[in-house]
Design a protein around this ligand. Structure first.
Ligand code: SF4
Ligand code: ZN
Length: 495
């Protein structure tokens, strides 16, 4: 396959390339734009014209520099073996193939895409969707031999993009609804996906009927169809094997597959919990579930939620720390569809453990939230700090509040009065969820190798010595190894 007639180069080496704001000519979709989508549609052979590119609205060269535009990107495919069931996985390859194009960036999926053309690429001649469409279709045909004919549409006209967006949402919903009728227990096999290993080498998605892939773009049906037509491709069958724990969701087959595909990096995976051996997270998860130790509850945030969440950290901050194929206890990349699943974090209590979620998320998955819990889950309108969250949960009698009382009773030690005041060391050896000044997770502690490896990030807001007061306290971690990707030291001036 040659791209010599194209103005820019095309290849895997450009996959990790990011087009930063300063280098950007124009962007399509992204956080500032509501109407954006990508879609694959299966067509009959006579319905499309092979390798045709249709542009509905202004082309790249006609757009104003530095601006963001509504965007639809649709590939229509046909072939003897092409069927509707394959639309989801064909569509998902858009991310990979777009990123092969030098100077063209693609992030996320479905209704959430974000593309940029760089100024350098434009100078080289990448000034039309004709080129982008042609490159993508050549890649598609080379990689997926079932595609005999294809054509592409790029939509930048605001009205058409809005209409296309609404239709796309309905198509995604219909795809996802199909898998809702099936339970993990009804099937003999799960499916895996390693498409994201190009940037998260130890990541392997385990996709089950009740656990949609964390990117929110590949259901069990999608992965099954893909594995059938392209057994050497990124999707493959995982024999369930023996079920070791039906609540946490541990299966010998999933463990073996994940171990093999992560080249031994990950040995065990629990499908329905954020603790112990949670599923790995790559980078394109639609949402994050994260533990809030102070209230012993789980919060949710999705990619579109701007600004800090209830623990003071923004989605983007957490995403940078927990992605990359890591297994990070207390943090989990998930799809929004999974929040509807009857097995949603079932080992942790499911929705009865969720204490905070953006209002937008609650509305979107309302049908999956038990009615009696709906008002007990705080949103950004109820609490934006852990102290406020605690008060809200108490007031609403959220189920986690009962656990606070039980734990307090269980933990109350009968020890002499003078020994009762915890030393700093004790306090951190025995984290007590209700003592607010604690480590602000996420932290994965992995004992072994002569130390503890902490993954993620630590901040110690409001760290005060036991009993309060003005004294400074020193946190001593003995025999511990800390690996940090980034460390920030912030100096705060008094007064
Ligand atoms: Fe595949 Fe998982 Fe990546 Fe989605 S997130 S593309 S299912 S590896
Ligand atoms: Zn991913």
């Amino acid at each position: 396959m040659s791209f010599e007639d194209m103005p820019v180069e095309v290849g895997v080496i450009y996959e990790g390339e990011r087009v930063r704001k300063a280098q950007m000519l124009v962007e399509f979709g992204g956080p500032k734009i509501e109407h954006k989508y990508e879609l694959c549609r299966a067509k009959k052979m006579d319905e499309i014209e092979d390798m045709k590119v249709i542009i509905e609205g202004p082309d790249i060269s006609e757009l104003e520099e530095g601006k963001s535009y509504p965007f639809g990107m649709v590939i229509e495919v046909a072939g003897e073996q092409v069927e509707e069931e394959l639309e989801g996985v064909i569509e998902r390859r858009m991310h990979e193939f777009c990123n092969y194009i030098q100077g063209f960036m693609h992030l996320n999926q479905r209704y959430d895409i974000w593309c940029r053309v760089s100024k350098d690429a434009f100078k080289k001649g990448l000034n039309s969707f004709q080129y982008i469409g042609t490159i993508l279709m050549r890649l598609y045909k080379a990689e997926l031999s079932i595609i005999e004919k294809c054509q592409m549409r790029f939509i930048t006209d605001p009205k058409k993009a809005e209409q296309g967006y609404e239709e796309a949402l309905q198509i995604y919903e219909a795809r996802d609804a199909r898998a809702r009728a099936l339970s993990d227990d009804d099937v003999e096999e799960f499916y895996g996906c390693v498409l994201c290993q190009s940037f998260a080498p130890s990541h392997c998605c385990v996709i089950t009927p009740q656990r949609m892939a964390l990117c929110g773009a590949i259901s069990w049906f999608d992965a099954r169809a893909s594995a059938r037509i392209d057994p050497k491709g990124p999707n493959f069958k995982i024999e369930k094997g023996e079920c070791l724990d039906p609540i946490k969701g541990e299966y010998t087959g999933a463990n073996e597959a994940v171990k093999e595909k992560s080249l031994g990096e990950v040995e065990r995976v629990y499908l329905h919990t954020i603790f112990e051996y949670p599923h790995t997270s790559c980078g394109c998860f639609e949402a994050i579930a994260f533990y809030i130790p102070e209230v012993d509850g789980i919060a949710l945030a999705h990619r579109d939620f701007r600004g800090p969440t209830v623990n003071g950290l923004a989605f983007s901050t957490m995403a940078t720390s927990v992605g990359g194929g890591l297994q990070t206890e207390g943090f989990l990349g998930i799809s929004i569809e999974y929040m509807r699943s009857p097995k949603f974090l079932q080992a942790d209590g499911g929705w009865s453990r969720v204490v905070w979620a953006p209002a937008d998320i609650k509305e979107r998955v309302k049908d999956g939230i038990p009615e009696e819990l709906f008002d007990k889950v705080a949103t950004e309108n109820d609490a934006m700090a852990v102290e406020d969250l605690e008060a809200f949960l108490k007031e609403k009698q959220h189920p986690v509040v009962e656990k606070w009382v039980e734990e307090a009773i269980e933990e109350a030690p009968e020890i002499p009065a003078e020994a009762a005041a915890p030393t700093p060391e004790m306090q951190y050896k025995m984290p007590q969820p209700m003592q607010v000044p604690q480590m602000n997770v996420p932290i994965t502690a992995m004992p072994g190798m002569g130390g503890i490896q902490l993954q993620g990030f630590i901040s110690l807001p409001g760290l005060v010595p036991p009993g309060g007061g003005e004294d400074k306290i020193t946190l001593v971690l003995k025999g511990v190894k800390i690996f940090a990707e980034k460390a920030y030291i912030k100096r705060e001036k008094k007064g």
